[in-house]
Design a protein around this ligand. Sequence first.
Ligand code: ATP
Length: 618
Amino acid sequence: MTPPEPMPSGGRTPLSPHDTGALRSLLPVLGAHRVTVLRTCLAALVDQAALVVLVTLAAHTVGTAVIAHRAPSPGTVAVLIGLVLLRALATWREMDLSHDLAYRVLAELRVRVFDGLARSAPARIAGRRSGDLAATALGDVEALEFFYAHAIAQLLASGLVFAAAATVLGFLGPWLLLAVVPAALLLLWSPLLEARGRAERGARTRAALAELSAESVESVDGLRELLMAGALDRTRSRLRSGGRRLARAQRAEQSWETGAGAARDLLVVAAVIGAVAAAAHAAGGGRLDGAWTPAAMALALGALAPVAESAAALGRAGSLRAAAARVRAAVNAPAGAPSPATPLPAPAGPLGLRLSGVRFGYGGAPVLDGLDLTVRPGETVALVGASGAGKTSCAHLLARYWDPQDGTVELVPQAAGDPVDLRDLSEDDLRAAVCVVGQEAPLFHGTLAENLRLGAPGATDRELAAVVRVCGLTPVADALPQGLDTPVGERGATLSGGQRARVALARGLLGRPRILVLDETTAHLDHRGDAQLARALTADSRARTRTTLIIAHRPATVRRADRIAVLDGGRIVEEGTWDELIRAGGALTRLLSRQGEAREEETRQEARAATGDSAPPR
Ligand SMILES: Nc1ncnc2c1ncn2[C@@H]1O[C@H](COP(=O)(O)OP(=O)(O)OP(=O)(O)O)[C@@H](O)[C@H]1O
């Protein structure tokens, strides 16, 4: 795949607030709700029309009473009461339907945003902060509620109501249109006039919100580290200034909104006064029945008010462009590792691995540069290398979080048959065959058993008990109040690092992968725990057919592997058994001695820190 390219994100990635197509591009999501959209528009139309007819008829009734000294007939009173009731009912119905529509659309959008993030993960989310992602997934989607609930139906209804009212005004006197139509055009033009500024202000608010959200989530996540480092005050002041930035951005939007609202009101009032003057002039000249003078005023007001509201809605929609652009980017994120059009079946039986001529990088210099590595079915190979050599990148290629820019990663069957490129496998077949247990395998809110069954929800209690035993989790489960059914807390907060590592491994094993990739999985365990786990894995009934790639720094872990491959400069520079490589005194020996020196230096620094000696290292 192409090098990672970040998604539009809070404040750090340029995002055009003038992206006029962003809101439009999200409209197809309404397609599945056509009937509700129609009902909402109908309710809005009845709501607005009932109000215009009500105020016009009421004004005409008053005009008739004043000019002709005629009290309204019971029929007129009944119609007026009916209109009041109809309007109330239509308002309720419109609100109910539009919010129902908006909430359903938002629920769908949230899932689409999640799908987009999942599809493009981890490539696209690399470098993004989880709070920023949360802002996209929740905040930006939430912000669009106004657009779906209020803007669309209102626009359609006010257009129709204005057209009908203008026609009636035209019949009463064409000169009345001169007061009303220019005002309506100005009102509708105003959102376009202010679109640029609004979009920029909206983008600033969304960016400040995303930044603050990222900062808050990160701070809460790392609370212990911040406390230890005495960095709480600095974090608090960063949050405070982030909050101030957001408040300033929101205030700027609000002030503009209030000013624009006042300007729209002024325009409507001026137009109504114009209509009154024109109607009075016409009535004075005998061209208009006097009772119609207040009615013309009410009709002008009734027609212009929804247009003004639509203009306000259009204006507010403009400031949602940034939110819409972020949501669209998340929804349309391309797949990091696209699924094949016609997947090939995964080969049966034990599988080996073959990486040939693999080149891979993150957009800069290649991390893997022509890497060749073969792991035979049933074999355990340790992949070693200096920190940053690209071992985890290798593991991620095996999990197909990414695809290599060059070369192939293949599953090689033990039985006769062709190797299969990972890119040709369906997602399900790949996940069933290859399991990567990483350095940091997060646990989710739920019980221990639920966490273990994450990748194998159908695993039986017996299978669960077996992996719990293999991974040395039996004493952990026994010590918990409800055993395996004990909630482990968010991210496994109630378990130790070593226990979480065991859970992660057990979770991987429960899916019965034919290829197991352990990326520093046992780094959290002490030597004894590491050795116990290695023994248990070897004694496991599937060990002989399972192919294992172990990424580790600890010499004892590496030594247990059947073979060792040393990664340096983006390729495998040395391969062989522990004894062979140690005898050869090559890359592995150099790596181990560098690691030994680094460990000694670390120990010296720790000792100095403990005794308060600040002398520089030798
Ligand atoms: N998502 C990413 N975006 C950009 N660069 C990355 C990303 N992940 C890793 N790198 C870079 O790629 C290189 C290889 O990283 P990798 O994690 O594969 O090394 P490693 O051998 O596993 O290191 P360690 O032993 O310290 O875990 C490093 O220089 C790292 O900074």
